[in-house]
Ligand binder design. Structure first.
Ligand code: SF4
Length: 112
């Protein structure tokens, strides 16, 4: 059990558009900011430094290529946390193949 929380990173633009979404500003309105792959890696490392117990990627799949590159970048700089994949559950077999060995915990949130 941890006390420092999950290192949650929300990605904009979820394509399910649930009417009850609690993160609708991010998922529907795409509120957020653009970051480079290097900045994303730096965010992951900062979350680890802050004591977070995992890196929790929320609605990550539309950004899969960039996330994989950022994770590799962060790992090369010492990132050593479990990776949580907090997704809608519609990932393709190809996406899951790419994630195999990278993700530690899947949280598919299938609704429809
Ligand atoms: S799948 Fe999740 S993030 Fe996407 S719109 Fe529905 S509740 Fe929001």
């Amino acid at each position: 059990m941890g006390r420092a929380g999950s290192g949650t990173i929300f990605f904009t633009g979820c394509n399910l558009k649930c009417v009850f979404c609690q993160n609708w500003e991010i998922s529907h309105l795409r509120e957020g900011r653009t970051v480079s792959v290097e900045e994303l890696a730096a965010v992951m490392l900062a979350l680890e430094k802050a004591g977070c117990h995992n890196i929790n990627l929320v609605t990550p799949t539309p950004y899969l290529p960039q996330i994989l590159t950022a994770l590799e970048n962060a790992a090369q700089q010492g990132l050593n946390l479990p990776i949580v994949y907090n997704c809608g559950g519609y990932e393709s077999p190809i996406a899951l193949e790419l994630l195999n060995g990278v993700v530690d915990i899947y949280m598919p949130d299938l609704k429809f």
